[in-house]
Design a binder for this molecule. Structure first.
Ligand SMILES: *[C@@H]1O[C@H](CO)[C@@H](O)[C@H](O)[C@H]1NC(C)=O
Length: 943
């Protein structure tokens, strides 16, 4: 039995890359357009107009923090239940579900970090036309209009957001097939009823409502249907086919839709992942943006097709206010964006119209009211959590390719970095390191001594990542498969057997990561005694977790596959989130809860920021892909996922040396910095392109290493506050409309502006330096430039245009060594860039770099302030305790006049004069050897 299957699997695995590498762009016909997706087409055929929904005000119930109200669809008499909550921190939650669904509809678990804390709701006014509620903050109100039903959030005279104002609330109710209904009349105990009851008795722990009501609900449904106008079935309601795949929908049509309009708004962002512009485009006349995690082979740029991950969060922005919508739904989702005119206060304004369409589940929406960008980031972080705090080494450089062939190859590459004096922290192994694509194993010939290999890396203070994918080879001799299958942990197909699909190992099963027991078991597999050959410097990469199923519809799982009580349809976009969650848990557990994990994932959802890093998947060695890495990571940062990067060099195809160098230069300033390449591409370790290119790449990587203290502090901040690490300019300059569409440059934190060179043969770039009255310093030449200008910067192959904001202090470690760990106790250099007002401010954060002890206050967090000629270091966290061997070896001031003296004062009151050099042409002052400990209290006075 096993043999022919194995051979077929092998054939597929051999053929697939070959087949793939001869085509040159995405095969669009493999993926659905809205027209080919039955529910999207049905929904999109509903045009804006008067909503059939009416609010039944007599059903209004108000507890302290929750308002409920029934809505009725006047066309079919089906009732919905609206729930409204005012949440702490200027948020409103709107839930809409069927009042009496035939059976429960899926509500996304595990993404919210907790039940969001509520605030009391109070009714200010109420009559037969509607209800006015106070939203607490000053003049903000929520207005419920009854006929037709709509919601408006207003601030004084201004409408901030209208919901269902275009009448696109559509809620396809669960129903029985017409033939089944007539069957029921003749035979009261039809098998349909047993089936429904069975589903309930085998429900998973994720839902709590009982199933006893089903029969009653079905009966009532029947009555409703009788009084309702007979609705015609539309195409694709009960089954649809795409290419050779048919999707029988046991629950029939279940899709939902709702519209949101933002008066006065012209800029909206977010809803990654798409290879498209930062500012979202109108989808009128084209397809909506699609959110459906897919393994898209050789994805194209500038279109709204779905990619590997989905975060259903959209931000709106004007000079006055930033807001957000979080549409908590894990099913296939499409988002339409358009614009229209609205009349407000007698004058006409343009508005942005957004419409969300999902295949199943309920409407569960969080409206984040800002008003500033930072408020929206903290509001969203309070719902889904912040970026996990990575080990410091994970912020350094990663060397990957598909594949490093064997232990000798790993050693040769590792030595190559030393030989060429290029630092790196992690070397990565792709699927070929395993024993026949069985994850958690090693190829017995090529990687026969994994511990020895890992120990060699550890001796050099370096680390490794191996890939662990969620498709499990069906092989009775493979421990992982045997256990998953005997525990019943595989996803089932609709007939109840284990779901199987083709992936790298050939025939594979897919563990049901939605089950907590499955995740706990998976986590336990990372224990050192379970994952043989693993050591504490081995970390993990989860690829193919959309999930990718080579022979499935759209290269993913059949929607009618079964996860306990739910269909894959309901949970699809959550699968990758759960895989990374379980893996990160495994890495934490193996160290007894001491060490921070590092896990990279390709698929993701809202909340994935809590579990590690993401990358933009299988890009290509093209200039357009290099450019696109900026808006793609910016969009992810806006929705909480800061730890983002793109494959340096491009995964498919072969970069020219120039493109490779430019990509290293850009990647060195993006959060996750990893080179990666396809199996079929020529080798591209940094030293293979001649000494000049090697030197250029070395310089880019070294710049990354010198800046690690700043990166680390930014990630600490992101972890504590939810503020993005890599930011679009408008986030820091929200009132400056010139910044709203900029996507060829970005800020790291608020103090570094990066404008990578992303054009072939470039002789110069034009960077926009923001901020009226601000100054910016070129970090390489220290030359000062005024803000609020377009600055032309001539470039050579050596140039990475980066500017430090006047008014900031950035710390660096300038003795670059083999790896970040080798630099742990190295001294700091402080770069003080003085503002036009003669001041500057920054932070320095230090801890052990890899454990959770920072949660026990074991860190140093200092504020560095320069004012009135004095730079001082003060403690931002007096209760914390940590000691460092690092000291301050140099302080560089930009934009100062020459002092007569520079005096260091330490905590014990002692004073000493510091030696300095001053360059009048660049206003650069360099103080040598203050020599104080980086955790100490001190001041330096310039006189
Ligand atoms: C809530 O909104 C008000 C004004 O609209 C603002 O002053 C306040 O900072 C906001 N609070 C939060 C937590 O975002």
């Amino acid at each position: 039995m096993a043999a022919p299957i194995d051979r077929m699997g092998l054939l597929l695995v051999i053929l697939l890359p070959v087949l793939f590498s001869i085509s040159h762009a995405v095969d669009r016909s493999n993926f659905k357009t809205c027209d080919k997706s039955a529910f999207c087409k049905r929904q999109r055929d509903v045009k804006p107009g008067q909503s059939p929904y009416r609010a039944l005000l007599e059903t209004l119930e108000l507890s302290n923090t929750r308002l409920t109200l029934q809505l009725i669809n006047d066309n079919n008499k089906v009732r919905l239940l609206l729930e409204l909550y005012r949440l702490q921190g200027n948020m409103t939650r709107v839930k809409i579900n069927e009042l009496k669904p035939l059976k429960p509809r899926y509500e996304v678990p595990d993404v919210l970090v907790k039940d969001p804390p509520t605030e009391p709701l109070s009714v200010l006014d109420r009559d037969e036309n509607g209800v006015v509620l106070s939203l607490g903050a000053d003049s903000q109100r929520l207005i419920i209009s009854a006929r037709p039903f709509r919601l408006d959030i207003v601030d004084g005279p201004n409408v901030l957001l209208s919901i269902n104002s275009r009448g696109l609330l559509v809620f396809e109710q669960l129903r029985l097939r017409k033939d089944t209904i007539s069957h029921k009349i003749t035979s009261t105990v039809g098998s349909m009823w047993d089936k429904i009851k069975n589903v309930f008795s085998s429900k998973s722990e994720t839902d709590s409502e009982g199933g006893e009501d089903v029969e009653q609900n079905v009966a009532e449904k029947g009555e409703e249907e009788e009084e309702a106008k007979e609705e015609e079935d539309q195409p694709g309601m009960w089954e649809e086919t795409f290419k050779s795949h048919s999707d029988g929908k046991p629950n029939g049509p279940t899709s939902i839709s709702l519209d949101f309009s933002f008066p006065g708004v012209e800029h909206v962002y977010g809803i990654p992942e798409h290879a498209d512009t930062l500012k979202l485009k109108s989808t009128e006349g084209g397809d909506p943006y699609r959110l459906y995690n897919l393994d898209v082979f050789q994805y194209e740029l500038n279109n709204p097709m779905a990619l590997y991950g989905a975060v259903p969060v959209l931000l709106s922005h004007t000079a006055e206010r930033t807001m957000g919508i979080f549409w908590l739904n894990a099913a296939e989702t499409w988002v339409d964006i358009g614009s229209s005119a609205s009349v407000q206060g007698g004058s006409e304004k343009s508005q942005t119209d957004v419409r969300w369409i999902s295949e199943s589940g309920i409407i569960d929406v969080f409206v984040m009211l800002g008003p500033r960008p930072t408020d929206v980031f903290s509001q969203y972080a309070s719902l889904t959590g912040t970026q996990s705090f990575p080990p410091l080494a994970a912020l350094a450089y990663h060397q990957c390719r598909w594949n490093y062939n064997d232990q000798e190859d790993v050693k040769a590459v590792d030595d190559g970095f030393d030989e060429h004096d290029i630092p790196y922290d992690f070397i990565w192994l792709d699927i070929e390191h395993t024993d026949g694509k069985r994850y958690f194993t090693w190829d017995p010939l090529k990687f026969s001594q994994p511990r020895e290999m890992l120990q060699n890396l550890m001796d050099k203070k370096r680390k490794m990542v191996t890939i662990v994918d969620p498709h499990i080879k069906v092989d009775s001799g493979y421990k992982i498969h045997k256990e998953i299958s005997s525990k019943g942990f595989y996803i089932k197909n609709k007939d109840g057997g284990d779901y199987e699909g083709w992936c790298w190992p050939g025939n594979a099963g897919y563990p049901d990561f939605t089950k907590p027991e499955m995740r706990a078991w998976w986590a336990s597999m990372f224990a050192y005694d379970q994952y043989e050959g693993s050591m504490e410097n081995l970390y993990t990469w989860n690829d193919m977790n959309e999930p990718s199923v080579f022979n499935g519809p759209e290269v993913t799982m059949h929607k009618d596959a079964v996860h306990g009580a739910w269909e894959h349809r309901d949970v699809h976009n959550l699968y990758g989130f759960y895989v990374q969650m379980a893996t990160a848990q495994g890495l934490i557990q193996r160290s007894g809860g001491v060490e921070r994990p590092f896990v990279l994932t390709r698929a993701f959802f809202a909340g994935s920021q809590r579990y590690g890093a993401v990358w933009t998947g299988d890009n290509a060695a093209e200039w357009g892909h290099l450019k696109m890495s900026i808006p793609m990571c910016l969009s992810l940062g806006l929705v909480g996922i800061s730890f983002c990067g793109a494959d340096v060099g491009g995964f498919f195809k072969t970069p020219s040396p120039e493109l490779l160098v430019r990509w290293y230069q850009a990647g060195a300033y993006q959060p996750f910095f990893r080179a990666h390449a396809h199996l079929d591409t020529p080798r591209r370790e940094p030293w293979l392109f001649g000494p000049e290119n090697t030197a250029l790449i070395r310089e880019a990587v070294r710049q990354r290493y010198t800046l690690l203290p700043y990166w680390y502090q930014l990630f600490y901040h992101a972890h504590r506050t939810g503020q993005p690490v890599m930011r679009p300019l408008w986030v820091e300059y929200p009132e400056n409309a010139a910044t709203f569409a900029i996507e060829d440059e970005f800020l790291l934190g608020k103090d570094l502006l990066v404008h990578p060179v992303t054009d072939e043969g470039s002789r110069g770039v034009t960077a926009y330096l923001p901020g009226d009255g601000e100054v910016w310093y070129d970090v390489h030449t220290y030359k000062k430039h005024q803000g609020n200008q377009n600055l032309y910067i001539p470039v050579t192959m050596n140039s990475i245009p980066v500017f430090q904001r006047g008014g900031s202090v950035i710390s660096r470690k300038e003795r670059v060594r083999r790896s970040s760990l080798c630099m742990q106790d190295d001294p700091y250099t402080l770069y003080v860039a003085v503002s036009a007002q003669g001041t500057a401010e920054g932070e320095l954060y230090i801890d052990d770099g890899h454990t959770f002890n920072y949660e026990k206050q074991q860190f140093i967090h200092r504020r560095l302030t320069f004012a009135e000629g004095t730079l001082s270091s003060s403690n931002l966290s007096p209760d914390s305790q940590f000691s460092t061997a690092s000291w301050i070896e140099r302080v560089v001031f930009m934009g100062v006049t020459k002092p007569n003296t520079a005096t260091l004062r330490t905590a014990d009151g002692s004073e000493s004069a510091l030696e300095f050099e001053f360059d009048p042409s660049s206003e650069l002052l360099s103080l040598r050897k203050p020599g104080v400990n980086a955790g100490a209290e001190w001041t330096i006075q310039l006189r």
